[in-house]
Design a protein. Structure first.
Length: 218
């Protein structure tokens, strides 16, 4: 892939109508506030983490402890930002992407209310609903409530919150904002897109001199 510094640093716009809690593969870029190089430096094309960088990396790696379905993919910390791919299984995730990232393929499901035969006055027939439904006839036809799915924003928000607390404690700066308020996100649509972004992340340290996030870039 030809290096294009604008390709994955462009501010993305949330897709109207897209279900960010329905499952998907996401590429995110999270920057340090004011482009400060908090996390280390580049030496001969390799990222050398300082203690702040190691703190951030440990927090990212422990995110699956907060979200049981979350799968982490390619990850790279840069001097003042980080790139990451993560996956949330769900019906919105293309099957081929699920296989490529090692997560379960989840097909859409439709929950139908239990069949109820109506009596002469429109009341449900108890013999078809069963004993439990007879006791709770008013709620027998309601479908079970599905648990709330984790969204892309949940993952990023939790990471930023925990990282902010940990970094401020380490730097003795309570109440500071070491990470930028916003972040960049891209919905990965297919396996080709996934492989391109993986390569971009892995080789990003080699292109630090050309990186638009580099405060020394002229």
């Amino acid at each position: 892939m030809t290096y294009d510094p604008s390709l994955h640093h462009r501010r993305s716009i949330r897709l109207r109508g897209y279900d960010y809690a329905g499952g998907g593969a996401y590429f995110v870029t999270i920057c340090a506030h004011a482009k400060k190089c908090l996390f280390g430096g580049i030496v001969e094309g390799n990222m050398i983490l300082n203690e702040a960088g190691r703190i951030v990396q440990r927090i990212w790696e422990t995110l699956p402890q907060h979200f049981g379905s979350l799968a982490l993919d390619t990850f790279q910390i840069m001097p003042n930002h980080l790139h990451a791919i993560f996956v949330l299984p769900g019906p919105g995730l293309e099957a081929a992407l699920a296989v490529a990232t090692g997560v379960p393929v989840i097909q859409p499901s439709f929950i139908n209310p239990p069949y109820e035969k109506k009596g002469r006055r429109g009341r449900a027939c108890p013999t078809l609903l069963g004993p439990a439904a007879m006791e709770n006839e008013g709620t027998a036809s309601r479908p079970p409530t599905s648990p709330r799915r984790t969204s892309m924003g949940d993952v990023v928000g939790t990471f930023k919150s925990i990282s902010t607390i940990a970094l401020n404690k380490f730097m003795s700066r309570p109440g500071a904002h070491p990470l930028h308020e916003n972040f960049y996100e891209h919905i990965i649509r297919n396996v080709d897109d996934l492989e391109i972004i993986r390569e971009y992340i892995i080789h990003n340290p080699q292109h630090w001199a050309e990186d638009p996030e580099n405060p020394n870039m002229t």
